[in-house]
Design a protein around this ligand. Structure first.
Ligand SMILES: Cc1cc2nc3c(=O)[nH]c(=O)nc-3n(C[C@H](O)[C@H](O)[C@H](O)COP(=O)(O)OP(=O)(O)OC[C@H]3O[C@@H](n4cnc5c(N)ncnc54)[C@H](O)[C@@H]3O)c2cc1C
Length: 380
């Protein structure tokens, strides 16, 4: 049985690795001519790390990233609203969240996959179900390929999803986000911390990702599809965040403007089904979430783990419905919670009540929810 994965993002690459581990026959097509994830950092939460450990790449990820041992949600001046030391997480899993440059993560994953199974510069256009039960894939360069099963890992704007479920809808959160990597040495007290500072309908996140490299993100409310003037973007960000802690200003100043990316924040209205027949969606293609819980990539990585193992255990069976059963409830909870967190961060009714609620959120409940999110069922 041959599987075809479309998209070599975090989800597609990790699925390829999971297939390697289980000896599943597959090929992977990616539209970009080169795998070269630019720009920003990513937090890999312990649920993602358990999968990467299972796939034997954890040590490389750890050596290229930075451990986050304390997560602070603070006011604009960095005074904490909630301060979460990750001791329980470390005691349970042996590690905490790792922040890493996306390019490093992609490189590590890519290097583990036999290059003859990856086809770059191949932009998927459409699929056709054949009478034989196979699927015929068409690419933008007019080439074709046949497969038994198709996995859409082609991101939030997935063409496979649009053909499979034309009624599916992305949702704009009314928030836009700039991300950057500053060349700066953080003071020791900030080195192993993930920090998110919430101002009045505006927020800024910070974490070190490697020696003298600090990843930051800045989120504000805006209309969708706005364009930046690159020559003044740093001045504009400095102005927007002028009431924030001086560290924020230093980070913006220490970022080459070429390293500042902007993305509108969208998610996908939860789908009833992630698959139809022998075609299945994973990662952002099937269940994109807003990034407020730092879980979109982690959920794509979890998908790879469950899918690889279900196929490994049932090699002659279509496991896509089983896969959805295992995953959908957790994913939908994250999508919902992340959306609500984003709304709370940019609350329109002033910061006092919001900050009071955050400060008095019962620690035990938050900890329990976090540990549930980090849990992975051992199915291998
Ligand atoms: C601002 C921001 C911050 C985030 N921070 C975090 C975080 O800290 N932690 C976390 O876990 N997640 C985070 N995420 C979410 C995370 O980036 C995504 O969930 C993750 O990248 C999804 O992986 P994916 O492989 O499903 O899709 P993608 O990463 O989008 O990959 C899709 C791939 O498919 C390819 N493709 C698309 N169309 C075609 C086609 N027609 N033919 C062939 N190939 C195609 C693309 O080129 C791409 O390589 C964040 C997201 C945003 C926007």
């Amino acid at each position: 049985m041959k599987y075809t994965i479309i998209g070599a993002g975090i989800g597609g690459l990790t699925t390829a690795l999971a297939f390697e581990k289980k000896g599943v026959e597959y090929q992977l097509f990616e539209k970009a001519p080169k795998i070269n994830e630019v720009g920003a950092g990513i937090w890999l939460a312990p649920n993602a790390l358990q999968v990467l450990e299972y796939l034997n790449v954890f040590n490389r990820v750890k050596s290229k990233g930075n451990s986050i041992d304390r997560i602070t949600l603070g006011k604009a001046d960095l005074s904490p609203l909630s301060d979460n030391y990750q001791d329980l997480v470390k005691d349970t899993f042996g590690y905490t969240t790792i922040a890493i440059h996306r390019a490093e993560l992609q490189k590590i994953l890519l290097e583990e996959i036999p290059q003859e199974k990856i086809f770059l510069g191949k932009s998927f256009q459409s699929f056709e179900k054949l009478n034989s039960g196979k699927i015929k894939l068409k690419f933008e360069d007019n080439s074709t390929s046949e497969t038994d099963f198709l996995i859409g890992a082609d991101g939030i704007h997935s063409k496979i999803r649009k053909q499979l479920f034309p009624e599916s809808k992305t949702r704009y959160s009314e928030q836009t986000c700039w991300r950057g990597v500053a060349n700066i040495t953080l003071d020791k007290e900030f080195e192993n911390r993930g920090m998110e500072l919430w101002g009045n309908q505006i927020r800024f996140g910070i974490s070190k990702i490697a020696k003298d490299k600090v990843y930051w993100f800045a989120v504000v409310l805006d209309k969708p599809n706005q364009k930046d003037d690159n020559d003044v973007i740093k001045q504009q960000l400095l102005k927007m965040f002028n009431s924030f802690h001086p560290l924020v200003h230093n980070l913006i100043k220490a970022t080459p403007k070429i390293n500042i990316l902007r993305n509108d924040i969208n998610d996908l209205k939860p789908l009833d089904n992630w698959s139809k027949g022998n075609i299945c969606l994973i990662g952002d293609a099937g269940h994109a979430t807003t990034p407020n819980m730092g879980q979109g990539g982690a959920q794509a990585i979890e998908d790879a783990y469950y899918l690889g193992n279900l196929i490994g255990k049932n090699p002659n069976q279509n496991v896509f419905e089983l896969f959805q059963k295992k995953r959908q409830s957790k994913v939908n909870t994250i999508v919902k919670q992340s959306w609500t967190t984003g709304k709370m961060a940019h609350w329109k009714y002033g910061t006092n009540i919001r900050n009071f609620l955050l400060k008095h959120m019962p620690k035990k409940i938050m900890e329990r929810k976090m540990m549930e999110m980090y849990h992975i069922e051992k199915i291998h």
